[in-house]
Design a protein around this ligand. Structure first.
Ligand SMILES: O=P(O)(O)OC[C@H]1O[C@H](O[C@H]2O[C@H](CO)[C@@H](O)[C@H](O)[C@H]2O)[C@H](O)[C@@H](O)[C@@H]1O
Length: 372
C-alpha cells in the first residue's frame, strides 16, 4: 500500500467511526462526533456534509417543515398527557365541540330513530377503539367482554373490522370468524368465514387486495427501516403487510425528530410510497388512492348496498386514518361516524365516545335495542 493509500484509508475509517459514534447514541444523531467530523471537513462527501449539518442543527430538528408537521400531527393524534374531558376547563370552545360532537350514548335514541327502517352495518376500528392503547403493539388485547359484545353485534348486523394492522394480525386479536376484516388500512379485505344470515347477503370470503404489486417494496423498506432505526431506543417498526408502522410511543420525545428524519430519508428513496400519521406512529403505505373510506364503500357494495338509501352504516374509530371513513359518511349523508376520544380533535365524525369501555356499552345497547 502506498503512503497516500494509507492516509486515505485512515481518513475513511475515521469518518466512518465518527459517523458511527454520532449515529449510535441515544438519539441516533448526537453531537458527540461533530468535532471529529468537522476536523475531517475537507474529506467529507456531499451526503456526509449534509449529515454533519443536521447533527450541528441538533439531530435533524431543524431539517424540515415536513418532519415538524409529522410530529405535530402525531402529538395531536395522541396527546402525551391525556386529560379527561372533565378536567378540561369549561370553555366556550369545549362546549361548542361537545355540542357538535355529542356522546353517542347520550344520543342513543336519536341515532336509533334515524336508523329506523334501514339496515345498520357496523364498522369498527381496532386499536384505541376495541382495545385500549398500550405501549407494546403486540399486546393490544381486547377484553373478553368486548369480544362478546362484538360477537353479539355481529349476530344482528353485518360487522367489519377496519384496521391499520395486517389482516392476519388483527384477526388473531379479534378471533371472530363471522366478521368482515379490512386490514392494512383497508388494502386487504376478506369476508366472513363463518356464514351468518343477514338477509342472505353475505359474499363471505370476498377477497380484495388493492396493493399487491407493492408487496416487494414494502418488504424491502421494512428491512431498511429496521436497520436504520435499530439504534434508537424504543423505536419499533411493524410490518402490516401492505403498509408499515414506525412506532414512537416508547421513544424519548427528544429523539422524535431524529427518528422522523430517518424515516423521511428512507422514504425519499421510494417515491411510490407515502406517509400518514397516527397515534405516536408514522405509517408508510403505497401512494394508491385507497384508504379506510374506500374500504367502507367497497364493503357496502359487497353487501349489496351500493347507492342504496336503505342502509345505515355506523363507523367507530379513534385515529386520523379513520377520518377518511368519517368523511365518506358525512359527504354521503348516510349513517354516522363516531370518534373515540377524550380530548377535542378536528374530526368529520358526528358523535363521540370516550374510550373502548364506552364503545362496549354502545355495542351492548345496539344489541338490546335490536332485541326489543
Ligand atoms: O387502524 P387501527 O386498528 O387503529 O391501527 C392503527 C395502528 O394501531 C396500532 O398502533 C397503535 O396502538 C398500539 C397498541 O395500543 C400503540 O402502541 C401505538 O402507539 C398506536 O399507534 C398498530 O400497532 C399499528 O400498526 C396500526 O397502524
Amino acid at each position: 500500500m502506498t503512503n497516500q493509500n494509507v492516509v486515505a484509508a485512515d481518513v475513511k475509517s475515521r469518518i466512518g467511526m465518527a459517523i458511527a459514534v454520532a449515529m449510535s447514541n441515544s438519539c441516533m444523531l448526537s453531537r458527540q462526533a461533530v468535532p471529529e467530523l468537522a476536523a475531517l471537513g475537507g474529506f467529507l462527501s456531499m451526503s456526509q456534509k449534509k449529515l454533519l449539518k443536521r447533527i450541528e442543527n441538533g439531530g435533524g430538528r431543524g431539517s424540515g417543515a415536513k418532519v415538524s408537521a409529522w410530529i405535530d400531527s402525531m402529538r395531536s393524534s395522541s396527546p402525551t398527557r391525556v386529560k379527561s374531558t372533565a378536567s378540561i376547563p369549561e370553555t366556550h370552545e369545549k362546549d361548542s365541540w361537545i355540542l357538535h360532537h355529542p356522546s353517542a350514548l347520550n344520543q342513543f335514541e336519536k341515532i336509533t330513530q334515524e336508523s329506523k327502517g334501514k339496515q345498520i352495518v357496523m364498522f369498527l376500528d381496532y386499536d384505541g377503539t376495541l382495545s385500549p392503547i398500550v405501549a407494546d403493539p403486540d399486546r393490544a388485547f381486547m377484553t373478553k367482554k368486548m369480544r362478546a359484545a362484538v360477537k353479539d353485534v355481529a349476530r344482528h348486523y353485518p360487522t367489519a373490522i377496519v384496521s391499520g394492522r395486517s389482516r392476519s394480525k388483527v384477526y388473531k386479536f379479534v378471533r371472530l370468524a363471522e366478521l368482515y376484516y379490512a386490514g392494512s388500512h383497508g388494502m386487504d379485505i376478506k369476508g366472513p368465514t363463518k356464514i351468518l344470515n343477514y338477509n342472505e347477503v353475505g359474499n363471505q370470503g370476498v377477497l380484495f387486495q388493492a396493493a399487491n404489486e407493492f408487496l416487494p417494496v414494502i418488504d424491502e423498506v421494512y428491512k431498511v427501516l429496521l436497520k436504520k432505526t435499530k439504534s434508537v431506543p424504543g423505536a419499533k417498526v411493524e410490518n402490516n403487510k401492505f403498509c408499515l408502522s414506525v412506532h414512537f410511543r416508547c421513544v424519548d420525545e427528544k429523539c422524535w425528530a431524529a427518528l422522523a428524519e430517518q424515516v423521511r430519508l428512507v422514504l425519499n428513496e421510494y417515491p411510490k410510497l407515502r406517509l400518514t400519521q397516527g397515534r405516536k406512529v408514522l405509517e408508510i403505505r403505497p401512494t394508491i388512492k385507497w384508504d379506510k373510506g374506500k374500504a367502507l364503500e367497497y364493503l357496502l357494495e359487497s353487501l349489496g348496498y351500493a347507492n342504496s338509501s336503505d342502509v345505515f352504516p355506523i363507523y367507530i374509530g379513534d385515529d386520523r386514518t379513520d377520518e377518511d371513513a368519517f368523511k365518506v359518511l358525512k359527504n354521503s349523508g348516510q349513517g354516522i361516524g363516531i370518534l373515540v376520544s377524550k380530548v377535542q380533535k378536528e374530526t368529520s365524525a358526528s358523535y363521540t365516545l370516550q374510550d373502548p369501555s364506552e364503545v362496549e356499552q354502545f355495542l351492548r345497547r345496539l344489541v338490546e335495542w335490536k332485541g326489543l
